[in-house]
Design a protein around this ligand. Structure first.
Ligand code: SAH
Ligand code: SF4
Ligand code: F3S
Length: 473
């Protein structure tokens, strides 16, 4: 295992240097912005960057759409239905625009990047289109609209990481926060639109990541979620020492900020996750023992067509390492696509068998949706009928539900360390929080505060939630 790099004096000084401030009390003389976010956690994190950029230029924010002067939708293009949702949402804005013709409607994010000017041509309501790397330009784009023009910037950058911008935590309960550590993706899985919508992979500098996490801890946050499409290929070249920091080293640095700061991360790519990362997780109690390791399929021919660059055997070997290094309790979740081009019934069975072999705690499961311009759309016909895709998906979901139940039941009788995140949705007499392995636990309130750690004995469970009671540690 590589030795930990100690921060240089310059890096330590940089940690204390000023960053863009995000004081909520700033004026809103340029009007109020309302922002709605769709898609993955990266998009949610980006909306927090966008808000910071706009507040610092003199915009205010509102969570009430009818008060807004500018409405921004931060969009996802991963599947057809994600885009349809946005088209549908835009229809609802017609009434708003009819009442308030001056309101600006902007589309940000992956759908903006994918469709570019088409979006302005097809959706007459849309005034602004801005891709994921052009958010610093938003104030200028909004100025253009003031002058009566439509505005568009879909330039993809090889460097932009927004590393110097302190996000405004829109999507936080005050306990956990998203921290983006890299952008883009170089993997070119054949089904995936992300390399086209988010561009080339680039890693954010370690110094700004540690600064952001330290600031969050000092503000009372107790969990950071490090985000990237492929966190295991994080690599940052320190210009001072000429050394490269990898993901395992980044994790170790983050874990050392404070033992009470929990560290989570996603997404891990099976081809890149190393034993060094797993050993680093084992070394630090505050790095949560949970890994999201998308499989996509359990069949080698399909994995090859998907250009995932690993085999079922390789994937299972990684699972074996996770279990060997982190133990049986480590949470493991997956993504799976049902009905990829030319997938046969037997190949689908291989996916079900993979699920049974691994016994995941949780899964995100989808039917294949052809994305125009991707390698799969160009090379392979989308030939599995919709009803077959849906049936295969139901089988996958049913099996996963069963496994989630089994994995939850194992914890009955155990005492788990929980970070209290808030009131239970169903009852304000209960708190909820998460185990290290990312399972939600609901328990009757004691004297604990949100953001504190407690010990809870698990008494029962459903397939989605553990139910427990407080115990003295
Ligand atoms: N970077 C992550 C995934 C990001 S997209 C990784 O490599 O695993 C999140 C998930 O959406 C993917 O894991 C995949 O399961 C699903 N997905 C992506 N493109 C899709 C498509 N065209 N149709 C259906 N599901 C898709
Ligand atoms: Fe898409 Fe593959 Fe990149 Fe994940 S690793 S974002 S699935 S191209
Ligand atoms: Fe969607 Fe873009 Fe994320 S396509 S899943 S919002 S990277």
């Amino acid at each position: 295992m590589q030795a930990l790099k100690v921060l240089s004096t310059e890096e330590k000084e940089a940690l204390d240097s000023p960053r863009i401030s995000t004081d909520f009390t700033q004026s809103d003389y340029l009007g109020k912005v309302y922002i709605e976010s769709y898609g993955c956690q990266m998009n949610f994190a980006d909306s927090e960057v966008v808000t910071s950029i706009l507040i610092n230029k003199g915009y205010g924010t509102t969570s009430n759409i009818s008060e807004a002067d500018t409405i921004l939708l931060n969009t996802c293009a991963i599947r057809d239905n994600a885009e349809n949702k946005i088209r549908h949402r835009l229809q609802a804005f017609k009434a708003i625009k009819a009442k308030k013709p001056d309101v600006t409607i902007g589309i940000l994010g992956c759908m903006a990047e994918r469709l570019k000017t088409k979006l302005i041509e097809e959706e007459k309501l849309v005034d602004l289109v801005a891709g994921p790397d052009s958010y610093r330009d938003l104030p200028n784009l909004l100025d253009q609209i003031e002058n009566g023009q439509k505005a568009i910037n879909v330039f993809l950058s090889k460097e932009e990481t927004y590393g110097d911008i302190e996000p405004v935590r829109l999507h936080s309960n005050g306990v956990g926060a998203f921290v983006s550590i890299m952008r883009g993706c170089d993997n070119m899985c054949s089904f995936c639109v992300v390399p086209f919508t988010r561009g080339r992979e680039r890693s954010r500098d370690l110094v700004s990541i540690i600064h952001e996490c330290t600031t969050l801890f000092n503000q009372g946050y107790r969990e950071v979620n490090l985000l990237g499409q492929n966190v295991d290929s994080y690599h940052w070249n320190n210009p001072d020492s000429n050394e490269t920091v990898n993901f395992a080293q980044l994790l170790a640095h983050t874990a050392q900020i404070h033992p009470d700061l929990r560290i989570r991360f996603s997404t891990s790519h099976p081809k890149d996750i190393t034993d060094e990362v797993l050993h680093t997780m084992a070394r630090f109690e505050n790095i949560c023992k949970n890994i999201h390791l998308p499989a996509q399929s359990g069949n080698n021919r399909i994995l090859e067509l998907m250009n995932r660059t690993y085999t079922r055997e390789w994937y299972l070997d990684r699972i074996k390492s996770i279990r060997a290094i982190l133990g049986e309790d480590c949470g493991i979740s997956h993504d799976v696509i049902a009905g990829f081009c030319s997938e046969t019934e037997e190949e689908h069975q291989d996916t079900l068998a993979l699920l049974t072999e691994v016994q995941y705690d949780f899964g995100y499961m989808f039917t294949y949706s052809e994305r125009p311009g991707t390698p799969a759309a160009k090379k392979y016909p989308d030939d599995v009928p919709d009803d077959v895709k849906s049936r295969r998906l139901s089988e996958i979901i049913d099996l996963q539900r069963k496994h989630s139940g089994i994995r939850n039941e194992r914890l009955i009788g155990r005492i788990e360390k929980i970070l209290v995140e808030g009131n239970s949705k169903k009852s304000d007499k209960h708190h909820y929080g998460k185990t290290d392995s990312n399972k939600v636990v609901v328990f009757p309130k004691g004297t604990e505060q949100i953001g504190e750690y407690v010990y809870v004995k698990v008494l029962s469970c459903t397939t989605g939630t553990l139910i427990g009671e407080l115990v003295n540690s």
